[in-house]
Design a protein around this ligand. Structure first.
Ligand code: ATP
Ligand code: MG
Length: 418
């Protein structure tokens, strides 16, 4: 039997929710353009290797969430679970590694096999931005300030910027060793997932959502105590600039992000209004990624935000569809074609009109009022013969001078046109 529901974790988008998505996308495009970000679109599937190594075998995405399949040619293909690795792949494929910096915005669906719930879907929608080719803290500040700018443009309240640093490779190695020693002493309290990560990627345990893990993590060593001088400097510069810009943040030493490729600055904008799905936007610096994918060493920083979650938080956005300016009503069948012709002429003059072709005339007039149209344009036998139109102003007082006027085509366009 054919199933008529969309696949679990996916949904049809329509009505106000889709209009909110579109509006937020528009705001993101306009705001990022002020910072010089140009659009990019990558295919929604890639060779699986684009994701496995860069994201890391121990990441949730690679370990449990990817939609991977063999295509008919025997290639392993993955529906993209995130946008950074595909954009970095595209910059290399398109030969743009000499044209730097690359500032890019990507919008579109991502696919993750997760447990569906409010704000968590298997086809999710993201807006992601990447700033590739700048090694200094200025780029980190730029992308965070831009995220803050967009969230303010959308009118989001109750979002808090959480900020942390993972330092450079040297700092992370020293921290890693301290973490392994600490977690080994608390092995009996760790979840199975975390035990599996203990040797491979202990930092990831700090990202666990398991309650017992969280308790153990509370007393874990802090990365800040393992930062070398240049990493500490880098982070101080980011913090100082954000302060100067008046962008409030909370230092959060448990913030490590879920993917292998991050270093230095990591950040998330969180809300208390969405239950467990509390992160609306997250990102960080990923200097090692391009080299890991077979390209040149390349500094980069970026973020991704969840459009589905933003939309859930943005019911204040006005997305009511516009009302027609006029409804055109032919009396009978003989007047239908002139009505269709008039409608096309008005649309060519950028006037939104609706044709109400059939049914009881009184009911059609009521329908026009209900749609909040300003005018009803009535076409009967007399009008067709005279080449005119009866224009009724649905908002004018009964009996007033302009309640009903007989106008030529030019007259109608003049009255309704912009
Ligand atoms: P979470 O911890 O909630 O799983 P994440 O760290 O996996 O998030 P990222 O990979 O950083 O998320 O993706 C960036 C943003 O995309 C998230 O902050 C969130 O807003 C959104 N997002 C991630 N996964 C989903 C999903 N399954 N459904 C809807 N939005 C999502
Ligand atoms: Mg996730």
């Amino acid at each position: 039997m054919t199933k008529l529901q969309p696949v679990r974790g996916t949904r049809d988008l329509l009505g106000a929710e889709l209009l909110r998505h579109r509006k937020i996308q528009r705001i993101a495009n306009e705001t990022t353009a002020l910072y010089g970000y140009a659009p990019i679109e990558t295919p929604i599937f890639e060779y699986t290797s684009v994701f496995t190594k860069p994201l890391g075998e121990t990441s949730d995405i690679v370990g449990k969430e990817m939609y991977t399949f063999e295509d008919r040619g025997g290639e392993s293909i993955t529906l993209r679970p995130e946008g950074t690795a595909p954009v970095v792949r595209a910059i290399m494929s398109e030969g743009l590694t000499q044209t730097l910096p690359q500032r890019r915005i990507l919008q579109g669906p991502m696919f993750r096999y997760e447990r569906p719930q409010k704000g968590r879907y298997r086809q999710l929608h993201q807006i992601s931005i990447e700033c590739i080719g700048i090694s200094t803290y200025h780029a980190d500040v730029e992308v965070i300030a831009m995220a803050d700018h967009i969230l303010r443009d959308i009118g989001l309240k109750n979002v808090v910027l959480h900020l942390n640093t993972l330092g450079d490779l040297g700092s992370r190695l020293s921290y890693r060793n301290a973490l392994v020693t600490y977690f080994e002493q608390h092995q009996d309290k760790l979840s199975e997932d975390s035990l599996a990560r203990l040797q491979k990627n202990p930092l990831r345990i700090l990202d666990s959502k398991d309650q017992h893990d969280k308790q153990v993590c509370a007393n874990a060593p802090k990365l800040i105590d393992h930062l070398n001088a240049s990493s500490a400097d880098f982070f101080n510069n980011v913090c100082k600039a954000l302060k100067e810009l008046g962008i409030k943040y909370q230092l959060d030493d448990t913030l490590v992000r879920g993917l292998d490729y991050y270093c230095h600055t990591v950040f998330e904008f969180k809300t208390a209004d969405l239950g467990a799905q509390d992160t609306v936007l997250g990102g960080g610096r990923y200097d090692g990624l391009m080299e890991q994918m077979g390209g040149p060493a390349m500094p980069a920083v970026g973020w991704a935000c969840g459009l589905d979650r933003l939309s859930l938080l943005s019911t204040h956005l006005d997305v009511a569809p516009p009302n027609p300016i006029a409804c055109i009503m032919p009396f009978g069948e003989a007047e239908e074609l002139p009505a269709i012709l008039l409608a096309q002429k008005l649309r060519a003059a950028e006037v939104y009109v609706e044709l109400l072709l059939q049914g009881n005339f009184g009911k059609r007039l009521k329908a026009a009022s209900k749609k909040d149209a300003r005018y009803a344009i009535i076409i009967g036998e007399t009008e067709v013969k005279a080449g005119t139109y009866m224009v009724k102003d649905l908002r004018a007082e009964e009996g007033s001078l302009h309640k009903e006027q007989s106008l030529t085509l030019e007259g109608v366009v003049g009255l309704l046109g912009v």
